[in-house]
Design a protein around this ligand. Structure first.
Ligand SMILES: Cc1ncc(COP(=O)(O)O)c(C=O)c1O
Length: 398
């Protein structure tokens, strides 16, 4: 099955701004993001600047650039720059918090059944070392309202609950959790919150000061389209002294007083390529300049596209949307038809790629519906690509 030529032309125009293979129908921005050529070129310039004079770069130039990147990111996500550090990815940010905190064996750590596997592993690792109990709130799926998330989480809070690890946008199910309400209600019960916001920056408008989580981690290399290896960690000021990076380096005994120990430690964790962090302002600027309405328009456009695509897939596959529109951003899942339900998710994903050149996430879910297809929508995607996916899925059902 080949795509119509006119459709291919339309897709090629915008996807030309990326390095994406024009032969692939790429519907999985969510897994690893994709960085536009212009941002990668900016990164190349910075790398050249670094390699031309490594000493000058690391002694004089790097830190002002890092601080500038921090301030531009803080403005974009409405955060206090003093509470913000860069980390290479969300997994590192989540581990940094969990492995810094000291728990008692009687404590409970709360999370949900929609948590991301890597972060859940970090939680289980900490539990295995300290004896602390991990409590999992079962979030219904399919789901009718954000309130069901709040109810399910709050039902599991006990006087022993110390910390809740909560996704802002879930990976397998693509749900936006009502994070501000969750943080408020948990704080009222004196439970600290660690928000896994891997997908949120650039997918939905973010105001970290309003959310007011104890800890918030987000990726810049997904929906902000910054280079790989760029993410941030926000830690509320009163909690900063207890939070240490996974790698202890010069910051631990630096005599400097112009920055917090928290930033001195996280800003330098050994020699590395810092250019992904330094390109975050370029990614914010570039992506925000693609549509006349800037970032708001881009996020709206991506949401509308994924919503429309979800409808058409559900209609074609005769399945039911598993959550209300308000709970999706620019990713959505669609239950697979019963005829495919018992197939292994990897074989379905591979067949879509091998036979149709479609790159899309196929999810094996814990309960019915057992098999989900997760679509992403970024500016380089068009509705015709999801129509093509729908036709390909119908071929699989045959
Ligand atoms: C909800 C969630 N948390 C964490 C991660 C991990 O992100 P990273 O691989 O950048 O650490 C992902 C990645 O997709 C995710 O979806």
């Amino acid at each position: 099955m080949v795509q119509d030529t006119y459709v291919q032309d339309e897709i090629t125009q915008l996807s030309n701004l990326w390095l994406l293979d024009p032969g692939v129908t790429f519907l999985n921005h969510g897994s690893y993001g994709a960085c536009p050529k212009a941002v990668l070129e900016a990164q190349q310039h910075l790398r050249a600047q670094l390699e031309q004079e490594p000493l000058r770069f690391f002694v004089k130039e790097w830190e002002p650039l890092l601080d500038e990147a921090r301030h531009k990111l803080a403005a974009f996500i409405s955060a206090d720059a003093n509470e913000l550090v860069f980390v290479p990815n969300t997994t590192t940010g989540v581990n940094s918090i969990l492995r810094s905190l000291i728990f008692d064996a009687e404590d409970e750590l709360l999370t949900t059944s929609h948590g991301y596997n890597a972060c859940r592993n970090a939680l289980d690792f900490v539990a295995s070392r300290t004896g602390v109990r991990v409590v999992v709130a079962e979030i219904p799926f399919p789901i009718d309202s954000p309130q069901q998330v709040v109810t399910a989480v709050m039902e599991q809070v006990s006087p022993k609950t110390r910390l809740a690890l909560l996704d802002h946008v879930t990976s397998d199910t693509g749900l936006i959790f009502p994070i501000q309400q969750l943080v408020q209600e948990l704080q009222a019960r004196e439970v600290d919150t660690l928000v896994d916001g891997a997908h949120a920056p650039g997918m939905i408008p973010l105001n970290l000061q309003e959310i007011n989580a104890t800890y918030y981690v987000g990726n810049c290399h997904k929906w902000l389209c910054a280079p790989k290896g760029s993410a941030f960690l926000q830690v509320r000021r009163d909690k900063q002294p207890a939070i240490r990076p996974l790698t202890i380096s010069h910051g631990a005994n630096s005599p400097r007083t112009d920055k917090s120990r928290f930033q001195l430690e996280f800003d330098w964790t050994g020699t590395d390529d810092p250019t992904a962090y330094l390109c975050v302002p370029e990614a914010i600027h570039y992506m925000g300049g693609l549509l006349p309405g800037g970032w708001m328009k881009l996020m709206q456009r991506n949401h509308q596209l994924v919503f429309q695509a979800r409808q058409l897939l559900c209609e074609t596959l005769r399945t039911v949307p598993p959550c209300p529109e308000e709970m999706i951003g620019s990713m959505a899942v669609v239950p697979m038809p019963t005829a495919l339900e018992n197939r292994n998710f990897i074989s379905v994903r591979d067949e879509l790629f091998d036979r149709f050149n479609i790159q899309v996430q196929v999810v094996s879910w814990q309960k019915n519906p057992r098999l989900l297809v997760r679509i992403s929508a970024q500016i380089y995607n068009t509705i015709q690509q999801y129509e093509y996916l729908a036709r390909a899925l119908m071929e699989l059902v045959k």
